[in-house]
Design a protein around this ligand. Structure first.
Ligand code: C2O
Ligand code: CU
Ligand code: CU
Length: 477
C-alpha cells in the first residue's frame, strides 16, 4: 500500500490526509468474482420495470475485524444491478434515507427526460421519496450506471459507496451468448485504521480522490475460472471518483466491442485500454493459454499537483485462472456488430476551456476549477441549445491535469483529438458520454440533444465537479 504524505490544512478547517492510510488493514483477495445482485422487477406487466431504491447508511466488512460505515443502495455497495430492455418503461421509486443530506439518482449516459435525470436542481431531501420514470428508446442498449448528483455532495456520496450499474439490453444481441456477460465495476476505497472511510483532504479536492484499494464488484482482486480457449464478454465501468485505469490483460487478448453508448460497428483489437473516471468499455477477451492471467494497471500520467502522487501501475484488479482443458468451442465474434449513423454537419460551434487556479473558496484557500473562466452556478444557464440540432463542441484543456468531460442526456461522437498542433482523428465511430481531455489537449466532438431541458456538462473527477468544473446547457424546443 502506498503511504501518501499528509498535508496539514487544519487551519482551513479541512482534514489533513491521514498520515498513514492504515497499512495494517488487509483486504481479503482471491475470492470468487461475484455477480452483482439484480434489482428485482416488482411489475408483472410486460415492458414495465418497476422497483424501489433506497439510499441509506449501511455497514460493510472490507477488512478483518473492522466495520466500515458506508452509504448503500438497498443495503448494497455497489448497488443492485438494474437490467432492462430497449423499449421498456422504467419506474423507480427512490427514497433518500441519508440523514440530513439531499441526494438524487442520476442515470449516467441514459437518454432520460431532463426532469427525471437527478440533476442537482431537483434534490430529493432527506426522508423523501420520488419516482423516476422514463422509457428506454430503441437503439439505447448500452452499459450505463447511476449515482447521486446532489449539489456539493456528489463526490462524497459516491466515495462512500453510492453507485450502481444499469444495463440496457437489445432485443437481439450480435455478441454470442456463449461469451457470457460479466460486469466488472471498479471502485476506489480508502480506509482509515479504524475501518472508517476518511473525508476528502485538500489534496483529494485538488487531484480528485484516489483511494488505497481498487475494488472489482466490491472485492479486492477476485478470481474467475475459465476453460482453455474461452472467450468472455466483459463490461468495464470506472465508478471511481478520480482514478485513471490503464488496463492490460497479460497473455489474454482484448478486443473492444463497445463504449459508453453501446456496441461499436466492428470489433477493434487492442493491447491495453485507458478507462477514465465514468467511462465504460465492453471487451471480448480470449483466454488461449492455460495458467494465470491478471487484469493489471499500467502507469498513466494524468497530471498530479503536490505530494502524494499515487503509484497506480502494477495493481492486480482481477485474476483469471485458465484451465488446461478446453470446453465447448467458442463461436466467432461477428465482424459487424451494428451500424452507427454519422451525426452529420454541425450548425453550431462551441468552445469550452478548462482552467484551474488557486483562490479563496468556502473552506479557505483552495483550488478552483473552471470552464470558460467561471465556476458552476446552479442558477446560471451557460449555453442555450436547440433540440435536434447538431453541434460541434471543442473542449480545450489548458490545465495541468487530465479532465474527463461528460455531458448529460445524450451520447456524442468524438471527431478528433489535437495536441501540439497534431490532429488525431478518431479511429472508429463510437457513442460516448464521457471523454478524457488530457492536459494540453483539445477534443472535438459532435453532439445532438433529442430531449429538452436543463443538462449538466462537467469534469467527472467528482471533486473537480464539486469545485466548479460544471456548467448547464438549456436545450430548448
Ligand atoms: Cu455521472 Cu453529471 O454525472
Ligand atoms: Cu451523467
Ligand atoms: Cu477534472
Amino acid at each position: 500500500m502506498n503511504a501518501m504524505p499528509g498535508m496539514d490544512h487544519s487551519a482551513h478547517g479541512m482534514p489533513a490526509h491521514p498520515a498513514k492510510p492504515a497499512a495494517s488493514l488487509m483486504l481479503k483477495e482471491g475470492e470468487a468474482l461475484r455477480d452483482l445482485p439484480r434489482l428485482a422487477n416488482e411489475s408483472t406487466d410486460a415492458g414495465l420495470f418497476r422497483a424501489r431504491l433506497a439510499a441509506a447508511p449501511a455497514t460493510a466488512r472490507f477488512a478483518e475485524g473492522v466495520e466500515t460505515p458506508v452509504l448503500a443502495y438497498n443495503g448494497m455497495s455497489p448497488g443492485p444491478l438494474i437490467e432492462a430492455f430497449e423499449g421498456d418503461r422504467i419506474e423507480i421509486d427512490f427514497t433518500n434515507d441519508i440523514p440530513g443530506e439531499d441526494s438524487t439518482i442520476h442515470w449516467h449516459g441514459m437518454p432520460v427526460p431532463a426532469d427525471q435525470d437527478g440533476n442537482p436542481m431537483d434534490p430529493v431531501v432527506a426522508g423523501a421519496t420520488r419516482r423516476y420514470a422514463f422509457d428506454l428508446p430503441a437503439g439505447s442498449a448500452a452499459s450505463y450506471w447511476f449515482h447521486p448528483h446532489p449539489h456539493g455532495r456528489t463526490a462524497e456520496q459516491v466515495y462512500r459507496g453510492l453507485a450502481g450499474i444499469f444495463l440496457v439490453k437489445p432485443k437481439a444481441d450480435p455478441v454470442p451468448a456463449a461469451y457470457g456477460d460479466t460486469v466488472l465495476v471498479f471502485t476506489d476505497l480508502r480506509l482509515a485504521a479504524d475501518g472508517s472511510i476518511p473525508e476528502n483532504s485538500m489534496m483529494d479536492l485538488m487531484n480528485g480522490r484516489v483511494g488505497d484499494h481498487v475494488l472489482v464488484n466490491g472485492q479486492k482482486n477476485p478470481v474467475l475460472d475459465v476453460p482453455l480457449g474461452a472467450k468472455r464478454r466483459f463490461r468495464l465501468f470506472n465508478a471511481t471518483n478520480a482514478r485513471f485505469l490503464k488496463l492490460f490483460f497479460g497473455a489474454a487478448t482484448m478486443t473492444v466491442i463497445g463504449t459508453d453508448g453501446g456496441l461499436l460497428e466492428a470489433p477493434v483489437a487492442v493491447g491495453d485500454v485507458l478507462l477514465a473516471p465514468a467511462e465504460r468499455l465492453e471487451l471480448v477477451v480470449s483466454f488461449d493459454r492455460p495458467g494465470e492471467v491478471k487484469l493489471e494497471t499500467l502507469a498513466y500520467e494524468r497530471g498530479w499537483m503536490g505530494p502524494g502522487k499515487p503509484d497506480d501501475s502494477g495493481l492486480t484488479l482481477l485474476t483469471v485462472n485458465v484451465a488446461s482443458e478446453a470446453d465447448e468451442p467458442m463461436p466467432p465474434l461477428p465482424e459487424k456488430l451494428r451500424a452507427i449513423a454519422a451525426l452529420g454537419n454541425a450548425t453550431i460551434n462551441r468552445r469550452f476551456v478548462f482552467t484551474e487556479k488557486m483562490g479563496m473558496g468556502a473552506s479557505g484557500m483552495e483550488m478552483g476549477f473552471f470552464i470558460n473562466d467561471v465556476a458552476f452556478d446552479m442558477k446560471r444557464v451557460d449555453v442555450t441549445a436547440r433540440v435536434g440540432e447538431v453541434e460541434l463542441w471543442e473542449v480545450i484543456n489548458k490545465a495541468d491535469m487530465d479532465h474527463p468531460f461528460h455531458v448529460h442526456g445524450t451520447q456524442f461522437q468524438v471527431v478528433e483529438h489535437e495536441r501540439d498542433g497534431k490532429v488525431s482523428p478518431s479511429a472508429y465511430r463510437a457513442w460516448k458520454d464521457t471523454v478524457n481531455v488530457a492536459k494540453g489537449e483539445t477534443v472535438r466532438l459532435l453532439l445532438k440533444q433529442d430531449l429538452p431541458g436543463l443538462r449538466m456538462y462537467h469534469c467527472h473527477i467528482l471533486e473537480h465537479e464539486q469545485l466548479g468544473m460544471m456548467g448547464i446547457v438549456d436545450v430548448t424546443v
